[in-house]
Design a protein around this ligand. Structure first.
Ligand SMILES: [Zn+2]
Length: 72
């Protein structure tokens, strides 16, 4: 059974390539990498939850400073 590597479009053969339909372990890894990076983007806010929250707090403080300036 022949197929094309979804990553580099090299023709692959299920009887030759153990990583079929990928031409190599590297291309298979890249495909998994695509999925992993997608998952990473989704889980990133959870990992960096503390830092953005701190940044938000700073922005709020700056906004308050600005409105104080405006009043005086
Ligand atoms: Zn490939």
């Amino acid at each position: 059974m022949k197929h094309k590597c979804p990553i580099c479009k090299t023709v692959t053969d299920s009887e030759v390539h153990k990583d079929f339909p990928f031409c190599s372990e590297r291309c298979r890894g890249q495909d998994l990498g695509n999925w992993a990076s997608e998952k990473y983007v989704v889980s990133e806010p959870i990992f960096g939850e503390e830092e953005p929250a701190e940044g938000e707090r700073k922005t709020i403080l700056l906004d308050l400073d600005k409105s104080d300036d405006h009043e005086s």
